[in-house]
Design a protein around this ligand. Structure first.
Ligand code: SAH
Ligand code: SF4
Ligand code: F3S
Length: 480
């Protein structure tokens, strides 16, 4: 952050600049935060930045300039953790030029490895888990005075509902809002329930308030975040009393409706839906409001019932197909993406073929595909053997990547000659004369710049495509 008159220019990790008022107390300490992992982690870093800016810290774009380097980490696969360990070695170099600098680990690896991180290889001075960020100012003081600084307590209540996040990855157009924390599902491959604790939902009023504030600041799109948004449930009054009768309980479809009603100008997205819990109420609410984007990320993980059972996912292949049919019946234009894990314990060629077949039939618009990576303490680590050889995992992964590339191209080709609405997000990487944005289906669309600005909605006609991008001509500019 640097100061220019009565304004502060805040530079985020990407070095982009946004204006914010300079009415905060300054302690001259410079903070650098780097985030890995899922959108929840990026959203949490914004809460951390808010807590520390209130203490007078200012954010910097280069870790070499920082007094405090925080790395918000992910444990989902082994290679995610490896990347962080490599990065920590770079940070160590800062200690040579600035011996007082503090290096802290936040997030899921902090929660998983706890004080081992301080004792074992001394790569960090501070370890703070996802539910303990309010204790950061105090822990930073402890670390500065050479004391042990660890807080990895998980909470059943913490939702940080009262903290206004400082938007770090700031295009000024789209922002995340966490609507819940933790996960109670215990999928057998997954470390998240151990690193994020029990599921808890956030007060809907605080979510709507945050959406309104973002709208007032000029944001045009919000993404509601949770590990399983379909199990969102709020049944407590503002006085903390449990609501009865049950009709008053706010579930995800009710929350979506409340947020959609904030303004027609605000687009709503959400992630992640769980096939076992995503009901028709949610799909019908999406269909009812034009500003709820027609896009669902519905991770299937596998197309084989034995594997799904071993994964403890709580649904079958047939159930998943039925959910896809419901989406396509109620919202024919809805885009659908998924996550796939190949090479889970005991997965045979035949089992894999069923995953391939499911992907072939559903024709996802997009897919995130992973090799199974065994994680300590999970049900799978305790009960099964990670017995699919690495070469077979690689082969299977390549097969579905090739299949999905063809399906993504097909999905984009189907858009050629069609009209859609695009929210402009910024200048295209390809050329300064072009802008990029997304349509409701989350497809990236490139248009000519002309006199258009980011944050504007335009109606376009799609002319051509690649497997990742649509190219379009603007046919109508909206007055906003
Ligand atoms: N809550 C979301 C997923 C969160 S993790 C859901 O239930 O779908 C994101 C994705 O990482 C998962 O969907 C899964 O495909 C993948 N993943 C999780 N654990 C993994 C592991 N041990 N090995 C490989 N991929 C994993
Ligand atoms: Fe992990 Fe399953 Fe929870 Fe998703 S729903 S975070 S995969 S345990
Ligand atoms: Fe990773 Fe934790 Fe998210 S393990 S995927 S950062 S919840």
């Amino acid at each position: 952050m640097r100061y220019t008159g009565n304004k502060v220019i805040e530079e985020d990790m990407q070095g982009k600049a946004t204006m914010m008022p300079a009415n905060i107390q300054i302690n001259n300490k410079k903070l650098y935060i780097e985030s890995y992992g899922c959108q929840m982690n990026f959203s949490d870093s914004e809460i951390v930045a808010s807590i520390l800016i209130d203490e007078g810290y200012t954010t910097v774009a280069d870790y070499k300039d920082a007094d405090v380097i925080l790395v918000n980490t992910c444990s989902i696969r082994e290679n995610a953790e490896q990347r962080v360990f490599n990065r920590l070695r770079n940070y160590q170099a800062v200690k040579k030029t600035r011996p007082g600098a503090i290096i802290g680990m936040l997030g899921c690896m902090a929660e998983r490895l706890k004080s081992q991180l301080l004792e074992r290889d001394r790569l960090v001075d501070l370890v703070v888990g996802p539910d303990a960020y309010r204790s950061l100012p105090e822990l930073l003081q402890n670390a500065e005075s050479g004391q042990k600084a660890v807080n990895v307590l998980l909470s059943r209540e913490e939702t940080y509902a009262d903290i206004s996040p400082v938007r770090l990855d700031n295009n000024g157009i789209s922002a995340f809002i966490s609507i819940m924390r933790g996960c109670d599902n215990m999928c057998s491959f997954c470390v998240v329930p151990f690193t994020r604790g029990r599921e808890r939902s956030r007060d809907p009023e605080s979510i709507v308030r945050e959406a309104r504030e973002l709208l007032l600041k000029g944001y045009k799109e919000i993404t509601l975040l949770g590990q399983n948004v379909d199990s969102y449930k709020w049944n407590i009054t503002s006085k903390g009393e449990i609501i009865d009768p049950k009709e008053d309980v706010v579930r995800f479809s009710g929350l979506l409706e409340k947020v959609a009603l904030v303004s027609k100008e605000l687009r709503i997205r959400f992630s992640t839906s769980h096939p076992k819990d995503m009901n028709d109420d949610v799909i019908e609410t999406m269909a009812k409001y034009d500003n709820i984007c027609e896009y669902i990320h519905l991770p299937v993980q596998s197309g084989n019932n034995n594997i799904l059972d071993k994964m403890n996912r709580g649904y079958t292949r047939e159930w998943y197909f039925e959910r896809i049919d419901s989406i396509r019946r109620i919202m024919p234009n809805c885009a659908i993406s998924t996550d796939i894990i190949i090479g889970f314990c005991d997965e045979t060629d035949q089992d894999f073929e069923e995953t391939y077949d499911l992907m072939d039939r559903v024709e996802f618009d997009f897919a995130y595909m992973f090799k199974y990576s065994e994680r300590p303490k999970t049900l799978a680590e305790r009960n099964f053997i990670d017995n699919v050889p690495e070469e077979i995992k690689s082969e299977r992964l390549q097969k579905i990547i090739d299949l999905q590339r063809a399906k993504s191209l097909l999905s984009n080709q189907k858009m050629i000659g069609k009209e859609c609405q695009v929210l402009i997000e910024g200048i295209s990487k390809r050329s300064d004369n072009q802008l990029f944005g997304r349509n409701s289906q989350n497809m990236v669309v490139i248009i000519n710049k002309d006199d258009l600005k980011k944050g504007q909605y335009v109606d376009v006609l799609v002319d051509s495509c690649s497997s990742a991008t649509l190219f379009a001509t603007v046919i109508k500019k909206n007055n906003n």
